[in-house]
Write a protein that binds this ligand. Structure first.
Ligand code: MN9
Length: 291
């Protein structure tokens, strides 16, 4: 299988809403156009950043369709279908396949502390329900599921599995995945350490802050590829100064606030996320000026 279209930098697409809390198709189009024009390679739709777990199954399917239409075959599209309900995940995976996505992805089922066997079963059930490949979403902070090379070797016996979105600071684990016989695609999941992740062998990055400062990640990636680590690090540190501000006031609310300042209607995050504070709004304006 040709993995080249899966390498590079992918925005973990934010989900904009209309004033009456519906999925906002026209804002999705604006973010996708702007990101692609700055060199982003594709989109990861409906994940943590996209508030996937705060949307209904119908809304998630609608989101997949809107994003795919807006992308119109330009970038590589990955649909996050993870949830704790296998049936729902399969329904969404089928929708993504129909909508023309290049791959699906799923976080491990959470809340019940499922056994490894249960989690493996969930992944195989979802992956085998469609003909597009699966990118495992490794996010231990969200579910306590320990995913290591040994488990990956076991799970990746199913050839539908082609990659791992690695959202943990454990970059040794990332490097260990890259020593597997099947050489999975591995994505750096924490934007604040993209250059470090690439240094440990990541094939690219998927991140939320890419939505509003795509050019920084496009540059970091290309400088890294050229071997210009010093310059790549300089941009990473610039991005990290901004990310520090986002963490202070709420990452997704801030990202949406910045895009709103750019003129794209976002309408905040779904409850139970809280609204952006007045200081947060002020910080959005300042960040935008500094970009
Ligand atoms: O999808 C995002 N992960 C989570 C990736 O939010 C869990 C990251 O982009 C972070 O938002 C970002 C800030 O910590 O690195």
């Amino acid at each position: 299988m040709d993995k080249s279209k899966f390498r590079g930098v992918f925005s973990a697409l934010l989900t904009p809403y209309t004033k009456d809390d519906k999925i906002n198709g026209s804002s999705i189009k604006k973010i996708i156009d702007m990101n692609l024009s700055k060199g982003i390679n594709g989109f990861y739709v409906g994940g943590s950043t996209g508030e996937g777990m705060l949307l209904t199954v119908e809304e998630r399917k609608e989101l997949f369709r809107y994003a795919s239409e807006a992308n119109a075959g330009r970038g590589t599209m990955i649909a996050h279908v993870g949830t704790i309900n296998t049936k729902h995940a399969i329904e969404m995976a089928k929708c993504a396949e129909e909508a023309g996505y290049d791959a699906i992805s799923a976080v491990a089922p959470y809340y019940y502390g499922f056994s490894y066997e249960a989690i493996k079963g969930y992944y195989n059930d979802i992956a085998n329900s469609v003909n597009i490949p699966m990118i495992m979403y490794n996010f231990p902070n969200a579910n306590g599921f320990v995913f290591n090379k040994e488990r990956a070797e076991d799970m990746f016996k199913n050839k539908k599995f082609i990659g791992i979105k690695h959202t943990t600071a454990d970059l040794f684990a990332l490097q260990q995945f890259k020593t597997m016989e099947c050489d999975p695609l591995v994505y750096n999941g924490f934007d604040e350490m993209l250059v470090a992740g690439l240094s440990m062998g990541a094939d690219g990055g998927i991140g939320s802050t890419y939505n509003f400062m795509p050019e920084k990640y496009v540059k970091m990636y290309s400088l890294f590829k050229e071997g210009n680590i010093k310059e790549a690090q300089k941009i990473q540190f610039e991005a990290n100064e901004i990310i520090t501000q986002l963490i202070k006031y709420g990452v997704f609310a801030m990202e949406k606030g910045i895009l709103e300042e750019m003129g794209i209607e976002m309408n905040g995050c779904r409850k139970p996320f809280t609204e952006l504070s007045a200081e947060g709004k002020k910080a959005c304006k300042e960040i935008l000026k500094s970009l």
